[in-house]
Design a protein around this ligand. Structure first.
Ligand code: HEM
Length: 90
């Protein structure tokens, strides 16, 4: 049996709009796993994401500039690359 962790976070029985990116979602997710093996790096991952993504969107205007190409792995789904064009914000 293969568990697709990413699909758990898009479960229509749990989330009203499972395919919508809603960063204010209050219901828990499993992106960092669960239980005794829950990710040990959660605080660091959150800090890096907040600073990194926050700085990017504050300084740059970003737009998708290519087709999305996905890795074929069923368990950890992800993009091979994300092409964006960036222009500095004034
Ligand atoms: C966005 C970033 C990250 C995501 C999405 C993520 C996700 C996960 C997930 C899903 C697991 C559980 C795997 C399982 O159940 O077998 C896990 C475990 C773990 N993560 Fe992360 N992780 C992230 C960043 C980090 C960072 C920055 C560190 C350390 C600096 C870290 C250290 C660990 C360790 C040590 C475990 C194993 C915990 C255990 O088995 O007891 N992770 N992570």
């Amino acid at each position: 049996m293969i568990v697709g962790i990413a699909s758990v976070n898009r479960d229509p029985r749990r989330f009203a709009e499972p395919d919508v990116l809603d960063i204010s979602r209050q219901v828990g997710h499993l992106a960092f796993g669960h239980g005794i093996h829950r990710c040990l790096g959660v605080p660091l991952a959150r800090l890096v994401a907040e600073i990194g993504i926050g700085t990017l969107v504050l300084r740059l205007s970003l737009e998708l500039s290519g087709e999305l190409e996905w890795h074929p792995f069923p368990v950890f789904r992800g993009l091979k690359a994300l092409s964006v064009s960036a222009t500095p914000r004034r």
